[in-house]
Write a protein that binds this ligand. Sequence first.
Ligand code: GLN
Length: 186
Amino acid sequence: MLTIGLAMLQGARHEHMHSLFQAAKSLEVEIEIRELRKSSDIEGIDALVLPGGESTAMRIASRSEQLYSGLWKLIEDDKIPVLGTCAGAILLSQQGLIDTKIERNAFGRQRESFQSEIDVELNGQSKFQGVFIRAPRFTQGSKSPIAWLENEIVGVLENNIMALTFHPELTNDFRFHAWLLNKASQ
Ligand code: GLN
């Protein structure tokens, strides 16, 4: 049984639950999802999902409960696998947990939110439906890209940390969530 921690302070959480359960079903692994609201919820998680939403609101919501400070320490100390989408990727970069730098809300107004086919490298090259919502952009330092919108890097994998500027949880393609579960069971 794997325990997957899902940061619940703000943003798109329930879609991640659905994707995690679907991925677990396809991999035939048993999971429980732990809803993380305060630092005492963290102990014993095998992997972590940091959802998208509004990164500033997430930081403010975390202050009283110390959730993020506990999570950053866990990621550094225990190197658990992490899937951070959109605002989750922003937090990982701002925190220096990935080397890749990121700029918030970096697509122009007209293209603030859009869908586009992207290329991903997950057990080989393939296509994925990229859903971008007021997405950030990686600006420099992407040494280990795993997703591209045309020539632009939109996903990186650094050690055990997957940071995506798009939202795989808003599609019916559960491969990124399956990646997390596979990593957690290794
Ligand atoms: N614009 C948000 C931010 O800067 C991120 C958007 C998202 O997570 N969909 O935090």
